[in-house]
Design a protein around this ligand. Structure first.
Ligand SMILES: C[S@@+](CC[C@H](N)C(=O)[O-])C[C@H]1O[C@@H](n2cnc3c(N)ncnc32)[C@H](O)[C@@H]1O
Length: 269
């Protein structure tokens, strides 16, 4: 196994997939971001922060609905894409480069703080939850989406299956050290950050199966963040993508079902 920093914690990894992420990810994460936005049911004009915004899956619909929203991400590539998409629906500087574990905002500045498939992957997720709580105003809402499947969702599940087939003697390592993939674990993380858990919702969608070529062409996007991918050389990566493409040939047309847990919590008054 490589001794490099995990790709999942490296902004340059996310930079390297930012363009294809914008083109492809909304098919996957955008629907869950929309569900999180609906569950929050915020009044018009609410001041919103989207932590680890990526290509703006939550930021852009929030702006479209008239929220005063800002997204942050530690990847300059992702921020450039989110800013471009935000500019199509709202004026002002809407996406900023920032580490979610050290937010450059004063205490009590937002009515709601979201993190959609973001804070659970930070090297120090507790610091991310604590920063979300700090910048929320008293009575404000925190909304966190995580995958129920600890190894990743949608196409990542197919790549994990390919890894088990290619390397049957090696366990497929989990991408994250600490798990939040049950209502109890998510609520515990909110409590640890001083937030009062409100509800956790299981939300399931199918990710429609693309062509088998998609799996060859988008292997880095779908699985490049995984420790498995990082341990492979170029030739092995090609073989690995080929294995995933072969498995994709057997997918049903509705694709791969994935469940997100969307947790809501309030900052005490
Ligand atoms: C799986 S993507 C989710 C993006 C977006 N929220 C979505 O749902 O499509 C994870 C994002 O977290 C960002 N990220 C990871 N660690 C971060 C950190 N410490 N601070 C800020 N952003 C981070 C990555 O750059 C990436 O854009």
């Amino acid at each position: 196994m490589s001794s490099k920093a995990p790709a999942i914690h490296d902004p340059s990894h996310w930079d390297s997939v930012s363009t294809s992420y914008a083109a492809e990810a909304d098919r996957m994460t955008g629907r869950y971001a929309q569900a999180a936005w609906s569950l929050a049911a915020l009044p018009a004009g609410a001041r919103i922060l989207d932590v680890a915004t990526g290509a703006g899956a939550l930021l852009v619909p929030a702006l479209r609905d008239g929220a005063d929203a800002i997204g942050i991400d530690f990847s300059p590539g992702m921020v450039a894409v989110a800013a471009e998409r935000a500019a199509e629906v709202a004026s002002g500087e809407r996406a900023l480069v920032m580490d979610g574990q050290n937010l450059a905002f004063p205490d009590n500045s937002f009515d709601a703080v979201f993190s959609i498939f973001g804070v659970f992957m930070f090297p120090d997720p507790a610091a991310g939850f604590a920063e979300m709580a700090r910048v929320l105003r008293p009575g404000g809402l925190a909304v966190v989406a995580v995958w129920e499947n600890a190894g990743g969702a949608g196409p990542a599940q197919l790549f994990a299956q390919a890894a088990r087939r290619l390397f049957p003697d090696q366990p497929v390592p989990l991408p994250m050290q600490r798990l939040f993939n049950s209502p109890e674990l998510l609520d515990a993380a909110f409590l640890e950050a001083g937030l009062a858990p409100k509800s956790v919702h299981g939300v399931e969608y199918a990710w429609p199966a693309p062509s088998v070529e998609w799996f060859r062409d988008h292997a880095k996007l779908a699985y490049g963040w995984s420790p498995v991918w990082q341990a492979l050389d170029e030739a092995e990566r090609v073989a690995f993508a080929e294995e995933a493409a072969a498995l994709a040939g057997d997918l049903p047309p509705e694709g791969i079902y994935s469940t997100a847990l969307i947790g809501l919590a309030r900052k005490p008054e």
